[in-house]
Design a protein around this ligand. Structure first.
Ligand code: SF4
Length: 337
């Protein structure tokens, strides 16, 4: 069957005084209806830019989605949309939840009215019915006493509660696709788990597809079906949750996994951090983007970009270590240790 979303050869640049920053450098993935994909990477890896492109939120200028890119939503290339079509799409098909709920809430407006406005804008319902729906939506995201809460302002809500309100607004138009960009980063660990649990419930109940953007692999373990690991504007590894957590095939994924805090690690300083910084995307390296930080870097890595190796039907990675000739030099099992 047709996937809900098909991203092909996505390339996004930003034109700056210093030069053209190639933020996303040829990204491909598909997402089926009702599935959750996580895009994991450090800041500057291109994960947020990718998701903004899917929402049509790359401002041009300075942003530019390259002509050779395509993003098919139910088979239609949304990159060819008119502004009106984008608005309809963002109202009905796709919604985005940002990291800091305060940026998406209007501090001067009561919560109920904010939810109502988004309902009235996209659906033909009267105000009274919209208010009724606002209360129901707050109930759906587990906000206690929704009848009273609709009359309150954002500052009267805790951080976690505000993020629930933002999710309620995203749900107002019953989108087929929900993109959550680091939705829990600003929250403490217990609240994080609750919000992830809530997203999961909603996703199941409505058969919504979710793209979860995060720098923390630990956050997505219980939620994602597939994971795309991004580095320096490219997907370096793609697989299902089992593939990524149990059989990672890219040194960067490995490093990320080692950086996931474990409950039994009390001293955070013990966590492995990845030394070095990502490459400058104004003049991206001609070889592997991870070469300067990779302890397995070989001469070929600096010379030419690694192609994807299909590890299995569900799993691929772009690393020269998978080349038959590299295998002679390295025992890959060493890397996984
Ligand atoms: Fe490391 Fe080379 Fe693989 Fe890049 S291609 S991740 S530098 S081994």
């Amino acid at each position: 069957s047709q996937p809900l979303l098909e991203v092909k050869n996505l390339k996004v640049s930003f034109h700056t005084y210093a030069g053209e920053v190639q933020a996303v450098r040829g990204v491909d993935f598909t997402l089926d209806a009702g599935k959750t994909m996580a895009i994991v990477g450090e800041s500057g890896s291109g994960k947020t830019v990718t998701s903004k492109a899917v929402m049509g939120l790359i401002a041009s200028p300075p942003g530019e989605v390259k002509k050779e890119s395509s993003i098919l939503f139910e088979g239609t290339d949304i990159l060819r949309f008119t502004e009106k079509q984008w608005q309809d799409y963002r109202g009905k098909d796709a919604a985005m939840i940002f990291q800091d709920p305060m940026t998406s809430l209007d501090p001067t407006m009561k919560i109920g009215r904010q939810i109502m406005e988004s309902i009235v804008e996209h659906q033909k319902v009267g105000k009274r019915e919209a208010m009724q729906r606002a209360v129901e939506l707050l109930k759906k995201v587990d906000i206690p006493n929704p009848d009273e809460r609709v009359h309150q302002y954002p500052y009267e809500f805790s951080g976690g509660m505000r993020q629930r309100v933002v999710i309620a607004i995203a749900l107002a138009c019953n989108p087929k696709l929900m993109i959550a960009d680091e939705p829990t980063t600003a929250l403490d660990v217990t609240i994080q788990a609750q919000i992830i649990g809530l997203l999961k419930e909603i996703q199941k109940a409505n058969n919504t597809s979710v793209i979860m953007i995060t720098h923390d692999l630990g956050v997505v373990a219980g939620m994602a079906d597939t994971i795309a690991v991004m580095y320096a504007g490219c997907i370096v590894e793609y697989g299902n949750v089992f593939d990524i957590f149990n059989a990672p095939q890219h040194p960067y994924t490995n490093a990320l996994l080692n950086a996931v805090p474990r409950l039994n690690v009390e001293n955070k300083a013990q966590l492995e951090v990845i030394p070095g910084t990502p490459p400058d995307l104004i003049s991206p390296p001609k070889g592997c983007g991870f070469a300067t930080r990779c302890k397995y870097c070989m001469e070929i890595c600096r010379q030419a970009p690694p192609e994807y190796t299909e590890v299995s039907d569900t799993h691929k990675a772009a690393c020269w270590l998978h080349h038959p000739m590299a295998r002679e030099a390295f025992d890959y099992d060493d890397i996984r240790r």
